[in-house]
Ligand binder design. Structure first.
Ligand code: CU
Length: 146
C-alpha cells in the first residue's frame, strides 16, 4: 500500500519534470528568435558623463546605439569600434552610411541612432572628442561566452 503510493508520487514527479523541460526548451527557442533581431544600447549624456544601458551584446548581430544629449552643452559620441565596419548614423532625419564613421556630434537635447554589426568581441571604448575626460564602454560577448 505504502510502496504503491510512493510509486505514483514518483510518477507525478517525472511528469512534472518532463513538462518543465519542455517549457525550458520553448524558452530557449524564443531566446534564439529574439537573437535574430536588433540588440539595443541606450547611451544618455548628462552632466558631462555617458550613462549606458545595455543588455547582453552578442557578436555579429545588428546593434543599435541610441545616443541622447541631455546637457545644455554640445557633445560628441565617437569610437574606433566602428572602424572598418559598415555603419549607419541617423540624426535629425538624415541617415549617413559609411565605413570608418568616427561618431556623431550632438547639440543640446538632440539624439542620434548608430547601427552596425559588431564583429569584434571585448570592451569597446567610446568618448567625447570635445571633452576628453568623458568616456564610456560597451561590452560585446562572443557567442561562445554565452
Ligand atoms: Cu562632451
Amino acid at each position: 500500500m505504502f510502496r504503491r503510493h510512493v510509486r505514483s508520487w514518483a510518477c507525478c514527479l517525472s511528469i512534472g519534470l518532463m513538462v518543465g523541460s519542455t517549457w525550458v526548451m520553448a524558452g530557449e527557442e524564443e531566446k534564439l528568435g529574439l537573437a535574430q533581431t536588433e540588440q539595443t544600447v541606450e547611451v544618455t549624456i548628462k552632466d558631462f558623463k555617458f550613462v549606458t544601458k545595455q543588455g547582453t551584446l552578442r557578436l555579429g548581430l545588428p546593434t543599435v546605439i541610441k545616443v541622447r544629449n541631455e546637457d545644455a552643452e554640445r557633445h560628441d559620441f565617437s569610437s574606433v569600434m566602428f572602424e572598418g565596419l559598415p555603419a549607419q548614423i541617423e540624426k535629425d532625419g538624415v541617415i549617413v552610411y559609411g565605413r570608418g564613421l568616427g561618431g556623431v556630434f550632438l547639440d543640446s537635447n538632440r539624439d542620434a541612432v548608430v547601427r552596425f554589426d559588431m564583429s569584434r568581441p571585448g570592451r569597446h571604448e567610446f568618448r567625447c572628442s570635445i571633452h576628453p575626460t568623458m568616456s564610456g564602454e560597451l561590452l560585446i560577448l562572443s557567442t561562445e561566452a554565452v
